[in-house]
Design a protein around this ligand. Structure first.
Ligand code: SAM
Ligand code: SF4
Ligand code: SF4
Length: 360
């Protein structure tokens, strides 16, 4: 590993701190927005427990006000997720409002309603699209509680024809779909996707209710790493956010830095603001109904910006801390952030270290 690789998290943090000292603080260039908790599906792994809209969801006027505040903060991209963004009736009104202020959008969708909104999506196409496909047809439909596989595939085709250049097929991994990856790969290659992105399941929401078969064993994580490394020459396959030692660039296509609180944040359906999706009050930084977004961005996010106070002991005494920075914050909250015992097997002479991977 080069000096930069060994110190990447430290370099990024120093860069952002220097900007603060020079009074040119970083802007949240891309913001994740959970537009609603409503959803037409009831997936077994859904970390946001989506289904019905929450009682206190933001109104159209409040959403537009947030768009204005984001534009003032310098945000140029919103990543719409949920719930299912396309079940929010005023979605395109808000997106037209955002487009007029120079903000583009990425859409994360289960695909069901894409055909219904063909006209609106054609008039105002997303910059990129992420469509969730969680297994071969039978597995996907079982996990998602409805016959949805074909709709998801058709959604990818619709966006290819628009054309939207980046079409990511997203698979959230669990113990049911992991053994079928080779078979699913056939469907992915035949699809209109340009990329295949994996996510490890976070221990939240309905995933917790199905904990018995939801979370990969260490052996399955190792098999996943091998699958990606062996097949990425045949198709752009990558693993979502995380630090995987020297395998990080090969598995994720980039170096890892958790930008929560530095270059990004998340807006929840009720206006809560957090580093990444978080429904519990203890993880939120404020609510847009109580404070201007600019104030929250400037004065909160301490847990990210004073990371040393937030890290578990296992990270503080880790040789890789300056490269890794403590892994993905979402995963750290649930104690699933460290894969050192898996990826160290790829380093000659290191057979896995004595790190407490579930400590938080
Ligand atoms: C919450 S969904 C919202 C957008 C849309 N309804 C969909 O399913 O694509 C966004 C992505 O998060 C994934 N996801 C849901 N629950 C998760 C969990 N517990 N851990 C990791 N990813 C999860 C979904 O599979 C989907 O790819
Ligand atoms: S993962 Fe997406 S489609 Fe499934 S229940 Fe959650 S929000 Fe709905
Ligand atoms: S213990 Fe794991 S998560 Fe923490 S800094 Fe080290 S490698 Fe990263």
């Amino acid at each position: 590993m080069t000096f930069v690789d060994r110190n990447w998290a430290r370099i990024c943090r120093t860069y952002f701190k220097l900007r603060g000292l020079l009074r040119v603080p970083a802007r949240p260039d891309s913001v994740q927005w959970l537009t609603t908790s409503a959803c037409n599906l009831r997936c077994a792994h859904c970390g946001t427990n989506a289904g019905r809209p929450a009682r206190d969801e933001l109104s159209t006027a409040e959403m537009k006000d947030i768009v204005d505040q984001l534009a003032a903060l310098g945000t140029d991209e919103i990543q719409l997720t949920g719930g299912e963004p396309l079940v929010r009736p005023d979605l395109f009104e808000i997106l037209r409002y955002a487009a007029a202020r120079g903000i583009r959008y990425t859409l994360v969708t289960n695909g069901t309603h894409v055909a219904r909104f063909a006209k609106e999506l054609s008039e105002l196409p997303p910059a990129a699209i992420k469509v969730s496909v969680d297994g071969i047809p039978a597995t996907h439909d079982r996990l998602r509680g409805a016959a949805n596989f074909d709709a998801a595939m058709r959604a990818l085709e619709f966006f290819r024809d628009l054309p939207v250049g980046t079409r990511v097929l997203c698979t959230t991994l669990n113990r049911a779909n992991c053994p079928e990856l080779h078979e699913l790969f056939g469907h992915v290659r035949a699809s209109a996707a340009t990329h295949w992105e994996f996510h490890l399941c976070i221990r939240e929401g309905r995933a917790q209710e199905n904990a018995g078969w939801m979370f990969l064993t260490r052996e399955e994580v190792e098999a996943l790493f091998r699958f990606i490394l062996q097949n990425k020459g045949r198709f752009p396959i990558f693993l979502g956010e995380g630090y995987y030692g020297p395998l990080t660039p090969a598995l994720t296509d980039q170096r890892f830095f958790c930008g929560s609180g530095w270059s990004t944040f998340t807006i929840m359906p009720n206006g809560d603001v957090a580093g990444c999706p978080a429904f519990e009050a203890r993880w939120t930084e404020g609510n847009v109904r109580d404070r201007p977004l600019a104030w929250i961005w400037r004065h909160r996010f301490e847990r990210f910006r004073r990371l040393a106070d937030d890290l578990p002991e296992s990270c503080r005494r880790c040789d890789y801390l300056q490269a890794c920075g403590g892994g993905c914050w979402m995963e750290r909250r649930t104690g699933d952030h460290c894969f050192r015992d898996v990826w160290e097997k790829w380093i000659p002479g290191r057979q896995g270290a004595d790190v407490a991977v579930r400590e938080s």
